[in-house]
Design a protein around this ligand. Structure first.
Ligand code: MN
Length: 228
């Protein structure tokens, strides 16, 4: 059996120290997972349970690859995030066992059309046009879990044109990576190839054409993206 059109390319992310790549199945993102960011967006972090949105798998962009300034926005934002790559199937996994299902970690950027997201919030509409557009998920090389034992207490920072904009620590997550995986696995069967963007700290803001965004998390490969 063949297919009636050419099969789409499998989206994938580079793996540190390997020629082979990590195939991307789905991209889940956690909303408002750092208290100071929830506050800057006008919400009370204490009363929020985790919530999720998704991006298409082919929104991933490799490290160093330019991202075109998207259409239909005048407020295009960066969001520095720790990305967890799922390596084993899990449903209803416990917090204690959740991290056994992580293949590795990477630095990601949850690019956002903030104006369209804001309109969607006001109108009670889905966030897809604000969040799930082409090239909206740059992701650097995945590092194997065993190689980054301290990732949950690592500094996370972002610069635009070498000026610091976000500077926090992964230990400020409201819901830890293990808690996110445990909760998300009650809603979806998580499968190898799924990526989870775990949320951004405070300091989000706009970029324009020509800007260079660099994101670092201690122990992981730095992610660099130019907006063109
Ligand atoms: Mn985000």
């Amino acid at each position: 059996m063949g297919f009636v059109i050419d099969t789409p390319e499998v989206a994938s992310v580079a793996v540190h120290g390997s020629e082979d790549r990590f195939p991307v199945r789905r991209i889940f993102c956690v909303g408002r997972n750092y208290a100071a960011h929830a506050r800057e967006m006008g919400h009370d972090p204490d009363r929020e349970v985790p919530f999720y949105f998704t991006k298409p798998s082919d929104a991933v962009v490799d490290n160093g690859v330019d991202v075109p300034y998207p259409s239909i926005t005048e407020n295009f934002h960066y969001e520095a995030e720790l990305v967890a790559a799922i390596g084993k199937t899990c449903t209803n996994v416990s917090v204690e066992n959740a991290l056994d299902h992580v293949y590795g970690y990477a630095v990601g950027n949850d690019l956002t059309r903030r104006d369209l997201q804001g309109d969607s919030k006001k109108k009670g509409r889905p966030w897809d046009t604000g969040k799930a557009f082409d090239h909206s998920a740059p992701c650097a090389e995945i590092h194997l879990t065993a190689d980054v034992p301290d990732v949950e207490s690592a500094r996370i920072w972002l610069t635009v044109n070498d000026e610091i904009k976000q500077d926090s620590n992964v230990n400020m997550l409201i819901w830890s990576v293990a808690e996110v995986i445990a909760n998300l696995s009650t809603l979806f069967t998580l499968e190898p190839g799924d990526l989870i963007y775990t949320g951004t700290p405070e300091g989000v803001g706009p970029v324009v054409k020509g800007d260079v965004i660099k994101i670092g998390i201690d122990g992981l490969t730095e992610l660099e993206t130019k907006i063109v």
